[in-house]
Design a protein around this ligand. Structure first.
Ligand code: GSH
Length: 225
């Protein structure tokens, strides 16, 4: 059985869990990282020498780096669905996955840390506004791209939507005022109609560090300790 190593509240693990569920694969979630530990064990170093999550084991084959895992799973189990069949569409899906990591993920995850993961009394409003603006500036590019198509790679949902779909959920659910992004918002609404997105990405993450920690702790019931 496919094994996914990680924790259900980790920003790099969520896209992998979403992918596996879009593909309808059976898998064991092997809880690791954060309060679940295990990353410092010799056994885990064999799977991922960086001692980070996510990682997968598909039989004897082990793989780490979330984007590489999404590409592998799409290629192995999602040809013609998550993995577009023509090379140019595949390259476009790939391009937006890379763009998600290089441009969109950073400001949104730092915004998340500056808000949800920081006690209200310690929050730096100037920093929060700056990160919100950086995230918005990046997402304007996606908004323009989505002005004449349903998904990032044309009119079908593909692997190209996955990392960005996870970034979008965080961005739209952090408690900050945001300028409008009509096309990104419409695409996010379409994603939220997908059962696997609703279940694995649209997780309530709380509004402060205590709530977040409690939710993460409760997610222990979703995997193997
Ligand atoms: N580029 C890597 C980044 C992996 C990464 O930063 N993982 C974080 C969690 S999001 C981690 O392992 N942190 C240690 C921990 O969770 O204990 C990927 O996309 O897989």
């Amino acid at each position: 059985m496919l094994k996914v190593w990680g924790r259900p509240y980790s920003s790099n693990v969520i896209p992998v869990i979403w992918t596996v569920n879009e593909l309808g694969l059976k898998y064991d979630l092997m809880l690791a990282g954060g309060s679940f530990g295990k990353l410092d064990t010799d056994q885990y170093a064999e799977i991922n020498p960086n001692r980070m999550i996510p990682a997968i084991q598909d039989g004897e084959f082990a793989l780490w780096e979330s984007l590489s895992i999404i590409r592998y799973l799409s290629e192995e189990y999602g040809k013609g669905t998550l993995l577009p069949s023509d090379p140019q569409s595949k390259a476009i899906a790939d391009q937006w996955m890379e763009w998600s990591a290089s441009k969109a993920f950073g400001p949104v995850i730092y915004l998340f840390f500056a808000t949800v993961r920081t006690k209200p009394a310690e929050r730096d409003e100037a920093k929060i506004s700056k990160l919100r603006d950086e995230a918005h500036e990046a997402l304007i590019i996606l908004d323009k791209h989505l002005s004449n198509q349903t998904y990032v790679c044309g009119n079908e949902f593909t692997m190209g939507d996955i990392p960005l779909g996870c970034v979008a959920y965080r961005y739209f659910n952090i408690n900050v005022k945001r300028p409008k992004l009509p096309n990104v918002e419409a695409w996010y609404q379409r994603l939220s109609e997908r059962p696997a997105y609703r279940k694995h990405v649209m997780r309530h993450f709380g509004e402060n560090p205590e709530q977040w920690a409690a939710l993460e702790k409760a997610s222990a019931s979703e995997g193997k300790i």
